[in-house]
Ligand binder design. Sequence first.
Ligand SMILES: [Zn+2]
Ligand SMILES: [Zn+2]
Length: 279
Amino acid sequence: MSTNTCVCCPTFRRGFAPRRPDRPQVCEVCRLRFDTLVYDLWLLHDRLVNPDPAEVDQRRYARRDQQGKRTGEHRWADPLAPIGGAGTIPGKTNQPHVSGTPGRSTPANLDQVDLTSPARVPNPTAAGRRDPWDQIGHLSVATRLYEIVRDWRDTLWPDQHLPVPTMDELVAWMRAGATDGYAGDRTDHACTRHPGIGDTAAELHDLRRILRAQLGDTEPQPRRWIGVTCPTCNEVSQIQQTAGDEYAECAECGRMYTGDQMTEFVTKQAAATRAVATA
Ligand SMILES: [Zn+2]
Ligand SMILES: [Zn+2]
């Protein structure tokens, strides 16, 4: 180990000084963030593969007869009415199938297709590896996770079998034993012992950004408590919270605070400010 600061902090805690971890390589905060990252990749991938169903129009209308009187019957509103209805749906043709006959064109979003392809088991080329996301289109998420899983297995668990290369199995393998406050045995060991863990964190972090962009999600912004003083180091406006994180953290002294603690400080400090203002 050539460094005694956390190798994942530059990725997961951008804007904060890297922590000095209690255990080799990775601080406790970043271990949890690594696990959250893998879980997020699974969720995002799932959304790409199974897009939200089109919204169904829940309105109903009373059916009327030709004289305009209610028939007592109700019908669902046509969900496609605002765009002029569904139009004709091509039925199955009676003509014999001719091979080479063009069918419907495929949806044109090739990025999405790449990202959700099944794992390609052989290694990509060296060129692809140098810049895997931009040069050869997006490698599929499953392909990249499979490579990481195989790398972890070869390095740390050479006696174990590889999981089946599906997203569900790969993510379950990486997150084995993960609970609310624990990254799981697999990720925990990899954080302590895998020499490439910092690079892997950075790459998967980038992949999450690409998946979010693909889904049209905006990258969640950190919350910052402007004007609030850190009770530990007395610096003002340094407490921040990464979106989705349970704890807020002071960028100056590194102390972590729960939501309840933050509510307490903010309430106390606001009361103190009011007291001064009305004195
Ligand atoms: Zn860290
Ligand atoms: Zn502080």
